[in-house]
Design a protein around this ligand. Structure first.
Ligand SMILES: [Zn+2]
Length: 160
């Protein structure tokens, strides 16, 4: 999707703010004049407005907290993961997903239960469950962990 300013020039995604897993604010700026607008909505609503890789303010903050010598490595790792997944917007959830990747495995029963989580919050739930697994020293997502996560997060439903 391409969006144009009243001056006729193209507007470009400049900044992303994450308010909650269901609410994002994308700031678009005109490439020619000083006009800018904010588009708000779910991630899938605002994604079509983004052409190039853009880090959310919150994900950038996660990156800034890292020691300088690993920051550029992590940036590269996350950006190549995002490109592979076809995701232009780098959110905190995507950042964490890229960093946790491969450390925790998902047996098919756990994958099925994850598939029941509403799409808008699924990637965040996945990251949170992987983080809980790592905290508990697990290398695999167990039924008990899924139950614990289900009790913890609103909107997570296991298969009955
Ligand atoms: Zn303009």
């Amino acid at each position: 999707m391409q969006t144009r300013c009243c001056c006729g020039a193209v507007v470009e995604a400049k900044a992303l703010e994450e308010e909650s897993p269901l609410s994002y604010h994308l700031r678009l700026g005109c490439t020619e004049c000083a006009n800018w607008v904010t588009a708000s909505g779910r991630l899938e609503d605002i994604t079509p407005l983004v052409q190039r890789t853009l880090w959310s303010n919150e994900a950038r903050h996660e990156l800034d907290r890292l020691p300088p010598y690993i920051e550029s490595l992590v940036r590269e790792e996350v950006e190549s993961y995002a490109a592979k997944e076809g995701r232009a917007l780098i959110t905190v959830a995507l950042f964490q997903e890229a960093r946790l990747r491969g450390k925790v495995s998902w047996p098919s029963a756990a994958k099925d239960r994850l598939a029941n989580v509403p799409a808008p919050i699924r990637s965040m739930a996945k990251v949170e469950i992987e983080r809980m697994a790592i905290e508990q020293g697990l290398s695999e997502v167990t039924e008990a962990l899924m139950d614990e996560a289900k009790a913890k997060f609103l909107g997570m439903r296991g298969r009955q």
